[in-house]
Write a protein of this length. Structure first.
Lengths: 408, 408
């Protein structure tokens, strides 16, 4: 029998379930083609390179790195990642060493930010629809969540301003800068400026999450010249998050956080108190990889990989679903297509697709925080990062058949 | 200029500084012999083995493990670690797969427990003196800390019972099971039983942290036959924490948590929400190491390494400091000696030793939570895991000289 305290504590566990997981699970149950996950398929990861470089990685720097390390991550790795991001035009030139820390992936970075900066009852505003882990984390850390609807140019500053004028006072505004999950949109330069102006006027911090930026499928990645990070850097209002999950390997838990040096120092201290230091072997091997291979080759392989898949899926859907009244939103980067439906809501179709047609997708409603009731449910998010081109063509066909079979 | 919100948020950051760090830093400043840290020196770590095994580790299992993984850690690694701990008599035979999860080291495991189980105002009781990160974590997660004095047999259940009878109601009692930091004591079997009885009567959970158990320097490691974990396993009141930090490498952030399967499931879910999954490369390489080398060789090397150093330091102190009125507490395992002083308090001596004699030590007071004022300050904690035998002999000599030079 469970002791009373265990029963009580289990009830109190601050768990917020992501509705996205339900659709991943449903797909697994029915052995459906998984158009659900944002992670790249294993064949896109540089496994052999990492394996080959690992011994030298450990031998050259392991003696020190196998000890407890810095709370901001291995110094050489931090510098290598920062330099790469500066060269790529993401982080500004002249960024100080103290303005960047490594974290255990950018999901953990956002959790760390929430742990540090949220007090019970604070408001956190975030993209809506949005990757559920964001608002689950904000809720779990005691915030209430304010949804900020996004359109083709990202979050709408007018909507945010109306909320602010109406008395809302978010401490953080979270947005995905490029190729947003699930919408595929990027925050336009003019909206970036507006967001920063609002941050000044209404005194909030902006978390820019940017895991997909390097996955630009139709040209060079957007760079920083007139972009938000550079523009806003000196205001002390930005927290910029980057990650290797989508470009190197999801299981290598390495991200970075850039921001005002005092805030970075505080968050690094929190990271240290929670987990002492970052995992040594992941860091050592990634550093060796960066120094000997660089990221250019892997990035162009990943981009080719994703572009081929996006195009196959888009073509299939265009040919088969547009005639059925759907609208297709094809992003210029990232991992996700949106198929907007003529008959709403999307959730029953997503269930039917998984259960009867063997295609797992996620409906829009799964991306809205619980504060939005009823949640808009206009599209299916279709990930093209996992399945083979053949599977994606087949998935498009099956989606069309499911739509054809539905009562209109 | 910093925006108002940043100024406010920086002030609010829930940082609790460990006083131990001050003494590590003081030692570094004065280039003192570091008898401050509990981590093994680099030459005791199996760097070459890990480097040699890394390519096979990645090639054999990397395809799957480089993706996002299970929230309880790589299944094969979890099973390999559990089987090793069962074979060693630490975890009970017949332990279910669902009763164990991997975590990012045991410091993170304790933080996770506090995040999940503490609500603001709860009490957490812990060994006193105690490794400061324990009570810093409890404080940071909103608890007040109740110190439980330890003696040669670990925490004193009579003292705990008096506190309970007096109305204190800790939700967690934290204790280090073997070779406690900083005292070197182990919780005796009879006290283990008393603690469990009190947990039943007063309805609390017990966190048994056990990172040093395998570092038994005078015989085989204590095993489970009449020990607490086995005794208490079925009560659902135990959370047992193990770690590879002291036996394999501190930088490899791998620990494990065993307990009631529902609580393990909840904590694993929290771990997932915070950091998605554990770092892949650390896990893969450690798994390969466990499967191909096992832990026996590394453990006996580590034990020989520590025993030689402990004996050199103890001998030096015995010869030079006992005649000056000190008492020496030599532990049968772990990394720390205690030198009890004839003239109190210990803190000024620790400062003088670092600044004027080039020996960094930590005084007892640094290990007491801030709720204990004034803190007892009767001994210096001397770590023997880092310095060479020659340095340890020299350190003993310098400590003696410092004592001789003090006004009596």
């Amino acid at each position: 029998m469970k002791p009373a305290i265990l029963v009580r504590k289990l009830e109190e566990l601050p768990i917020y379930a992501s509705p996205l997981v339900d659709f991943i699970r449903l797909g697994l149950q029915h052995r459906a083609l998984p158009l659900t996950s944002g992670q790249p398929a294993p064949e896109a990861l540089p496994l052999e390179d990492l394996a080959r470089l690992a011994p030298e990685a450990l031998r050259s720097r392991g003696r020190k790195a196998l000890l407890y390390g810095s709370n901001r991550g291995l110094g050489e790795l931090r510098r290598a990642l920062t330099e790469w991001q500066v060269r790529s035009g993401v982080l500004p030139e002249g960024l100080g060493d103290e303005e960047v820390m490594l974290t255990l992936g950018s999901q953990y970075a956002f959790d760390l930010i929430c742990q540090g900066l949220i007090r019970r009852g604070d408001e956190v505003a975030c993209d809506a629809p949005c990757y559920p882990d964001t608002w689950c984390t904000a809720l779990r850390r005691g915030a209430s969540v304010l949804p900020l609807p996004v359109d083709e140019e990202g979050l709408d500053p007018d909507h945010l301003e109306a909320l602010l004028a109406g008395g809302h006072r978010p401490v953080l505004v979270y947005t995905v800068l490029h190729y947003q999950n699930p919408c595929g949109c990027s925050l336009s330069p003019s909206r970036q400026r507006r967001l920063l102006e609002l941050a000044e006027t209404y005194d909030f911090l902006v978390v820019l999450d940017d895991p997909y930026r390097m996955l630009a499928l139709d040209g060079p990645p957007p760079c920083g010249s007139d972009r938000f990070p550079r523009l806003g850097w000196d205001t002390g209002r930005l927290l910029y998050l980057g990650s290797l999950s989508k470009v190197l390997a999801p299981g290598v838990r390495l991200g970075w956080l850039a921001g005002h040096r005092e805030l970075v120092a505080g968050l690094a201290k929190l990271q240290e108190m929670s987990l002492i230091s970052l995992p040594a072997l992941d860091g050592l091997i990634v550093l060796e990889y960066l120094l000997s291979e660089g990221m250019t080759g892997q990035l162009s392989r990943m981009v080719r990989f994703l572009k081929e898949r996006r195009d196959v899926l888009a073509e299939g859907l265009r040919a088969r679903c547009l005639p059925l009244g759907c609208t297709l939103r094809v992003p210029s980067g990232g991992c996700f297509l949106r198929l907007e439906l003529p008959d709403l809501p999307a959730t029953p179709l997503a269930r039917e697709l998984a259960e009867r047609h063997g295609v797992a997708t996620v409906p829009e409603a799964a991306f809205w925080p619980p504060s939005q009731t009823p949640a808009p449910d206009r599209f299916l998010r279709l990930s093209f990062s996992w399945c083979t081109p053949e599977e994606l063509a087949e998935a498009a066909e099956r989606i069309a058949r499911a739509l054809e079979g539905r009562p209109r």
